[in-house]
Design a protein around this ligand. Structure first.
Ligand code: ZN
Length: 224
């Protein structure tokens, strides 16, 4: 049987502390990412986050979700300040990052260019083909979720994604329409359909796609 290793992400100090209590003893199956999400960036205390980050570093596999979002009612300047602090932590700890970039792909790429990050993923990639090409040029990973099953746009993007740079995700508890009937993606079971759709789009078998994804995940997650 295939062994699924999931990455959990957090959004603020409180959920990060909760994550440590849930996953510190299960890191063979749950990789633990912690971060301050742009939506929470206005209210969070950066010094407090840095403190808990440093004292729990041996339990942390990556930093996420972090990034910028052009649709939130949080000043972009503050979002940038928090994002930069998160990237500094990633740079100094050598950890990979998972980035949220809704309506802000260019802004994210610009900020990223001034840091040396081990590996960076733009989760839920929803940029243009041109932005995707730029991401591929600089060696970023991008991930696709359940809409790959019913959205032609996502299929087009996947076909243009370098095979060694693509990952899949649930983005749970987001709810999905169409064949998913507005149920929240709270388990990794949705990934079976996502992988099947991806395999069809890139003309590989299901098993080959699983193998590719395992290889990509390992490269993305490995740090020294
Ligand atoms: Zn996100």
């Amino acid at each position: 049987m295939m062994k699924v290793v999931a990455c959990s992400v957090t959004v603020d100090v409180e959920t990060s502390i909760k994550s440590f209590s849930l996953f510190n003893t299960h890191r063979d199956v749950v990789k633990q990412f912690v971060g301050i999400h742009p939506e929470a960036s206005a209210r969070e205390d950066l010094e407090r986050f840095k403190e808990i980050f440093r004292s729990n570093l041996h339990h942390i596999d990556g930093i996420g979700e972090i990034g910028l979002d052009g649709t939130y009612d949080v000043p972009i300047k503050r979002q940038e300040q928090v994002f930069r602090t998160m990237l500094e932590l990633a740079e100094s700890s050598g950890r990979p990052v998972s980035i949220h970039s809704r309506k802000m792909v260019d802004g994210v790429l610009e900020i990223l260019s001034s840091y040396h990050i081990k590996s960076a993923l733009l989760h839920w990639f929803a940029g243009s083909k041109k932005q995707l090409a730029k991401c591929m040029d600089i060696g970023l990973y991008v991930s696709y979720g359940p809409p790959l099953v019913y959205s032609e746009d996502k299929t087009v993007l996947l076909k243009k994604t370098d095979r060694d740079r693509f990952l899949v995700e649930t983005d749970g508890p987001v709810q999905y329409s169409n064949c998913f009937e507005n149920k929240p993606a709270i388990s990794t079971s949705y990934l079976v359909s996502v992988i099947a759709s991806a395999a069809y789009a890139i003309d590989m078998t299901y098993d080959e796609t699983v193998e590719l994804l395992q290889k990509n995940s390992k490269t993305y997650l490995t740090y020294t």
